[in-house]
Design a protein around this ligand. Sequence first.
Ligand code: PHE
Length: 458
Amino acid sequence: MPSDSPEQTASLPRFGFSTRIGFVLAAAGSAVGLGNIWSFPAQVAENGGAAFVLVYLVLSLLLAYPALVAELMIGRYGQSNPVTALESVPQNPAWRTVTKLTGIVAVLMICLIFSFYSIVGGWLAGFTLAPLFETTGMPSAASWLQTFSPTRNLLLAIIFIALTLGIVNGGVQKGIERWSARLMPLLVLLLVGLIFTVMTQEGAIEGVHHYLIPDFSRINETLIMNALGQSFFSMSLGVGAMMVYGSYLKRNANLPNVALQVCLLDTGIAFLAGLLIIPALFVAMNLGVSIYLPDGHLANNDTLVFEVLPALFNNLGVMGIPIALAFFSLMSIAALTSSISMLEVPVACLTERAGLSRKRASLIVCIGVLAIVAIVIAKFDPLFGAVVSLTTGYAQPIDGLLFCLFAGWLMGRNRKLQEIRKGWPEAEKSLFWKVWPWYIKIICPIMITSIFILQHQS
Ligand code: PHE
C-alpha cells in the first residue's frame, strides 16, 4: 500500500525502456504527431501567425511542462498502467475510487483519440502510397487513394491500425523503443530536408515573415484557448500516454530533466513544422493555388494538407513527386509514433488488470477501435468533429487538470520528493522543487480553469 514513507511505491519496478534516450525518443515520438505537423501550422495560419506561436510557446513551458512532469511522475511512482497508477496515488480509499474512475475515463478517451487518429493516419498512408502508384503507371489507383470515400477511409484506417498493432505487439523494448529510435531521426531528417526545399521556392520568404513577425492585436480568449488545447494535445497530456511511458522509465532517470527534453523536442518540431508549412502555403499562393476558402478564411486543416499542399506539389513538375512522397511519409511516421503510445495505454491496462497476454489485449483493443472507426466513417460529418472536440477540447485539458490536482493534493510532498530524488538526489535544493509542487497544486489548476471558463463564456 503506498504511503508517505519514502521507500514505498505501489509495486516492484518492472521491465521498461532500456535506455534514457530510448525513453526520450519514444515519449517525443508520442508527443510529435499530427498535432505538430498538421494542426499546429494550421492553427498558426488561422490565428494570425507569430502571435499564436508566441502564446503557444509560453503555455507549453508554463502549463504543459509542469503537467507533463506530474503525469510522468505518477506513472513512474505507480510502476503500472495508468488506472492502477492513479489508484495508487491517494491514501484515502474514497479518493482512490475517484482517481481510478478518472483513469478509466482517460483510457476510454485515448481509445477515441486513437480512432480518429487512425482515420487521418490512414489518409496520410494513402497519400504516401499515391505518388508510388502514379509513377508505376497506376494513376486510377492513385486517384482512388486520394479521393474521399467510406471504403477508402475504412481500408486505409485498417492498414494504419494494423501497423500500430504490429509495433505494439513487439513490446516496450522491441516494439515501441526500437521503432521510435528508428523513425524519429528519419522524421527530423525529412522535415529539415523539406524546409530547405521549400525555402528555395518563390514566395517562401513572405511566409517566413507571416510566421515570425507577431501581430499582438490578434491575441484574444479564443486564441489562448486554442493554444492551450493545442499544447495539451501536442504533449499527449491528460489521457495516460505519458503516464504509461513514465511507468517504463528507469528509476534513476531525472524526471524534470527528461520531461524538459521531451517538451523541447515537441515544441521544437512543431516550430520547424510551421517553418515548412506556412512558407509552403505562400509558395502555393504564389503559384496561383487558392489558399482561401470560399468564406474568405484561410484553408483549414484538411484542405491545407489534403488539397493545398498536393496542388503545390503538382505545380512543382517532376520534383513534385519525391517531395510529395517525402512530405506524406513524414506525416505518416509522425502519426505512427503517436498512435503506438495510444494503443499501449489500454493494452497495459488489460494485460496488468485483466491478466491478458499482450497480443490478445492489443487485438481486442484494435477490434474495438475499429468498430468506433466504422461508426465515425459511416456518419462522418456529425461524428468526426464531435469526437475530436470531445477528446481534445474537453477531455484532455480537464483530465490533465485533474492529474495535476491529484499529484498536487493527494500525493504527499514527501512521496513526490522521494520519486523525483530517485534520479536527482539534490532535487530538494533546486529552484524546480521550490516552485513545481505549488505550481501543480495551485497555479496550473487556476490557469487551466480560467482559460476554460473564458473560452466557454465567449
Ligand atoms: N501528441 C500527439 C500529437 O501531437 C497526439 C496524442 C494525443 C498522442 C494524446 C497520444 C495521446 O499528434
